[in-house]
Design a protein around this ligand. Structure first.
Ligand code: DUC
Ligand code: ZN
Ligand code: ZN
Length: 469
């Protein structure tokens, strides 16, 4: 493996900001210093004028995942290639237990699909059956397989939803064994009633997806999840938080010193429910769960980032094409053309997270550059047991490094993406700040627009204890 020198760059981590050189050997950071001298056999990259930051860590993706009657369109190969072009070098993806089967079989199956990953990957386990055997399997996942986080759903009755007793039992097993519980917090029972009523009344356009998932029901479920986790004495992570009521519940709990953490996603920070007013079926592109909210909620999320009641920004990359069959793919938003409740829930985002947050956060929202790195890399690595292997630039850490040009202005276009998705929610948006080069364990995999990586070169990362920051 080549020895690599990145010189003259501005190294930015969650806490540092200084100019130095980085020498990489055997895929890890070997030395950080001033004017490191090397021989002609060393691969040298001049990072003058660029930020040198740890690779992004995205802890919320759904690659090649069966969801209800659809399957997400990115394979691990295409999804992680897209991730790399967006400056993300570690992806923690969701695998799931099949009802009636062991979660260990779900992981085995996931490993087969994940073999094509081009950057490093890890897995959370979605639990669907909570019984004595599956709870014993949770312990095996944590201790033997390095899967130290579990996702539980409070939404999608009959498909993914667990009742409160099962939520509590699973949280207790996770918390008792150094793992964290990630919760999709929406009141699934109430939402089912609202959806059924809307469809029966002929209110079938995509905007009713949003109107049948009120923010109060996200707030209610978030509060309930927190109370259950508190009783279980287990760390909790609220995924894709979108509503002010949910944030208020998190803030209130954190003020009481409860172990609750939360993430939000770029689409909640930059888009609002006005997207559901788009003509024709265009608004189906924005059907994800929870839906986009109003400006008031968006303002609350930015405040939550500032006060650190939100700790992570991840994508919830859950990609379904807008049109049918673009790349021979069977599933698309068109499945719900006549009924919003049949539109596959989810949207793409893996490739644009870092530039969007740099542009919208650092350049336009007063976010410090250290906080930017913390939100997209360091905090998720710490919370999910990947730090300090991932999430920072330090001697001994994996040399997952992004050279980021803070001045380049460019326009987001789906046609230039590497994901298999035929649209972007941010189509036409001009952003300043662009990924220039990406190194995965010391090997350059992205050089400008050129792909130097390879599907299959990503490694599975067993994670340590989760839930601490
Ligand atoms: N929740 C997710 O986290 N991802 C996709 C769909 C959903 O409801
Ligand atoms: Zn969810
Ligand atoms: Zn998700």
């Amino acid at each position: 493996m080549a020895t690599v020198l990145i010189k003259n760059g501005r190294i930015v981590t969650a806490v540092d900001d200084y100019k130095a050189d980085i020498l990489i050997e055997d895929g890890r950071v070997h030395t950080i210093g001033m004017d490191i001298a090397v021989g002609a056999d060393v691969e040298v990259h001049d990072a003058n004028g660029l930020l040198v930051m740890p690779g992004g860590v995205d802890v919320h993706t759904h690659l090649d995942w069966e969801f209800g009657v659809a399957r997400t369109a990115d394979t691990f190969g295409t999804g992680t290639t897209a991730a790399a072009f967006g400056g993300t070098t570690t992806v923690v993806d969701f695998c799931n237990q099949t009802r009636g089967e062991s979660p260990l079989s779900g992981l085995e199956e996931w490993h087969k699909r994940a073999a094509s990953a081009a950057v490093d990957v890890s897995a959370h386990m979605i639990m669907l059956d909570i019984n004595p055997q599956s709870m014993a399997d949770m312990e095996t996942l944590i201790k033997r397989e390095g899967v130290t986080s579990f996702k539980l759903f409070m939404a999608y009755p009959g498909v993914l939803m667990l009742d409160d007793g099962d939520l509590f039992r699973a949280m207790r097993v996770a918390g008792g064994n150094g793992a964290m519980t990630c919760v999709h917090a929406e009141n699934g029972g109430v939402i089912r009633v609202l959806v059924e009523e809307a469809v029966a009344a002929g209110r079938t356009a995509p905007k009713y997806h949003s109107l049948t998932r009120p923010t109060s029901m996200e707030g209610e479920a978030t509060h309930r999840a927190i109370r259950l986790a508190e009783l279980a004495e287990a760390p909790l992570y609220i995924v894709h938080l979108s509503a002010a009521e949910a944030l208020a519940a998190v803030t209130e709990a954190r003020d009481r010193d409860i172990m609750v953490h939360a993430e939000t996603c770029p689409h909640y920070l930059f888009l609002t429910d006005e997207e559901y007013e788009r003509p024709e079926f265009e608004s189906a592109k924005f059907v994800m769960t929870p839906p986009l909210r109003t400006h008031t909620h968006q303002t609350a999320l930015w405040r939550g980032l500032r006060t650190a009641d939100l700790q992570v920004i991840s994508t919830d990359h859950c990609p379904f094409c807008f049109n049918e069959q673009p790349l021979g793919m069977k599933f698309s938003k068109q499945q719900g053309k006549d009924d919003f409740s049949k539109i596959p829930n989810g949207a793409p985002g893996l490739e644009t997270r870092l530039p969007l947050i740099y542009d919208g956060g650092v350049r336009n929202h007063g976010m410090s550059i250290n906080r930017f790195v913390e939100l997209v890399s360091t905090a998720p690595a710490k919370l999910f047991g990947l730090f300090p292997k991932k999430g920072t630039i330090a001697v001994g850490s994996d040399a997952d490094i992004v050279l980021f040009d803070p001045e380049e202005t460019w326009t987001i276009r789906a046609t230039e993406h590497h994901s298999r998705i035929d649209y972007s929610m941010f189509e036409g948006r001009s952003v300043t700040g662009r990924v220039s080069k990406v190194f995965s364990r010391g090997r350059m995999i992205v050089d400008g627009r050129e792909w130097l990586g390879k599907e299959g070169m990503g490694q599975f990362v067993k994670r340590g204890e989760s839930g601490k920051i």
